[in-house]
Design a protein around this ligand. Structure first.
Ligand code: SF4
Length: 344
């Protein structure tokens, strides 16, 4: 059983829903720009927001963010354990440290004491590119071993309010490291492929790495790291959760790739239906298929759907055909059926 860790009012691990995280990339001391970005992330559905904190000016700016926003905010600290202590003291919901960069045991001990007294969980964030001195190798075992060594250090000081992340830009290394961690400890795992690139390629890398683990039941919270606007990270993360079946409250559109048997402008119908159903927040599956050869059968678990056939189209529900319509009525008939489901 995975331990439950409380991040402000959110529960991570222990079978709770998988939460989505992102990180601001404005200057942390720039209050206007950072508030705008935090608001944008919250509006996009981001559960936990991390900010890099590198000096006292940024700590002071963070007091303002903690005052203005209810969402759990996490301080990301590199090197300076005293900053981590200050962030715990001012009320951050969690601090993320890379113990390999923090220094000796004494410093970690002091930080743990502050976090214990403030009830601030710590995420041990280990990255392939910044393993501590003395770590052997850079592969999955080295990543997992490094994380576990730091877990043992925190436990030695009587602290177990821990979340772990083992990230790499190498998808296979990240997957394997998290499988090892999942086998060897019961702390919540924060999943991510680090430095995965821009939205186009990084989303694919993240979907493979994060998705493979989630599909195996590994992982409690995720971040898709993408170059660019962090809102795109949240959008990608939500799509990954949907694709692995961990978020069902949306309208899923199943559509065929089309071939020469398709007799209507299927891509345009898909585009319009997707646009018109994007705000649906309950499970609804719509199939839009090119022809009746495979259409209704391949989409038999869809709530409703359409398949072309000669100069006509058929509508079906749960794989059963119930009406034949002219091609030109496909979109209005789909709209009508969607509206009926939405009313229920
Ligand atoms: S459903 Fe029909 S049109 Fe679409 S790819 Fe399959 S055979 Fe082709």
């Amino acid at each position: 059983m995975i331990k439950t860790v409380k991040i402000k009012d959110l529960l991570i691990g222990g079978g709770n829903r998988i939460t989505v995280q992102s990180m601001t990339n404005t200057k942390t001391a720039d209050i206007d720009a950072t508030c705008k970005q935090i608001r944008g992330l919250i509006d996009a559905g981001c559960d936990i927001i991390r900010l890099a904190v590198s000096n006292d000016e940024e700590v002071n700016a963070c007091r303002e963010y903690l005052r203005r926003f209810d969402a759990p905010l996490v301080a990301d600290i590199q090197f300076d354990y005293k900053l981590a202590i200050k962030c715990s003291d001012i009320g951050f919901a969690k601090v993320r440290i890379n113990p390999g960069n923090i220094g000796g045991e004494d410093k970690v001990h002091e930080l743990v004491a502050a976090c214990k007294s403030n009830r601030t969980p710590i995420r041990i964030g280990v990255n392939g590119g910044s393993l501590e001195k003395g770590a052997v190798g850079r592969g999955a075992e080295a990543l997992a071993e490094s994380a576990l060594r730091h877990v043992a250090l925190l436990e030695k000081f009587g602290f177990d309010d821990i979340v772990i992340s083992a990230k790499s830009s190498d998808v296979r290394v990240m997957i394997q490291a998290n499988r090892i961690l999942s086998d060897r400890c019961g702390y919540p795992l924060h999943l991510g492929v680090t430095e995965s690139g821009d939205a186009e390629y990084g989303t694919i890398k993240s979907a493979i790495g994060i998705g493979a683990l989630l599909a195996d039941g590994i992982g409690d919270t995720i971040r898709v790291s993408l170059t660019g606007d962090p809102v795109s990270e949240v959008i990608a993360a939500k799509k990954i959760l949907r694709a692995v079946g961990l978020d069902k409250n949306y309208c899923e559109i199943i559509s065929c790739p089309t071939c020469s048997r398709c007799g209507y402008d299927l891509p345009e119908i898909v585009r319009q239906v997707r646009e018109e159903t994007k705000d649906i927040d309950f499970p609804l599956k719509i199939a839009i298929m090119g022809c009746v050869v495979n259409g209704p059968g391949e989409a038999k678990d869809a709530d409703l759907g359409v398949a072309g056939g000669g100069d006509k189209a058929v509508l079906f529900t749960k794989g059963k055909v119930y009406k034949t319509i002219p091609m030109c009525d496909i979109l209005p008939e789909l709209r009508r059926m969607i509206a009926e489901h939405t009313k229920r």
